[in-house]
Design a protein around this ligand. Structure first.
Ligand code: GTP
Ligand code: MG
Length: 141
């Protein structure tokens, strides 16, 4: 059965921008066959960061996460294509550096859990929640 066409939100987090990995990250998703429907560089407001990471509120790493994600410009994009949500997560690699396989973005470029270069929506529902935090419908092509 063919994979369904999905949209997912990908971020190159502030550490990825600082380390000049924007092109590398975009390249990997393009090589995997995904189309970019929206793309922008922005500095996330605290309000938007708290909205995005609301599910993690109360966890030990929450304050640090909000601090980090608002610490500098990030690049947000909406990717579209077959199985985009789960397959983009495979391209990214696991959250923890010990678990991220070499050949994935995190496996190749990250050695700590917090500064892990990239974000990707973890479900179709998360993508539908997250995309409007970053993009107006009219920003998407
Ligand atoms: N310092 C610290 N940061 C964490 C920890 N767990 C998660 N984070 C950070 O919080 C982010 C969100 O956590 P999760 O949603 O569980 O992980 P994820 O889905 O792989 O990452 P995202 O794509 O950014 O949502 C991670 O990407 C890390 O940046 C932790 O135990 N310690
Ligand atoms: Mg997550």
């Amino acid at each position: 059965m063919p994979e369904s066409i999905q949209r997912t939100l990908i971020l190159v987090k502030p550490d990825g921008v600082r380390r000049a990995l924007v092109g590398e990250v975009i390249h990997r998703f393009e090589m995997k066959g995904y189309q970019i429907r929206g793309l922008k560089m922005m500095k996330l407001t605290r309000e938007k960061a708290e909205r995005h990471y609301a599910v993690h509120k109360g966890k030990a790493f929450y304050d640090e996460l909000i601090e980090f994600i608002t610490s500098g410009p990030l690049v947000a994009m909406v990717l579209e294509g077959p199985g985009a949500v789960a397959i983009a997560r495979k391209v990214m690699g696991a959250t923890r550096p010990h678990d991220a396989e070499i050949g994935t973005i995190r496996g190749d470029f990250a050695n700590q859990t917090r500064q892990n270069i990239v974000h990707g929506s973890d479900s179709v529902e998360s993508a539908q929640y997250e995309i409007p935090i970053y993009f107006e419908e009219s920003d998407l092509v």
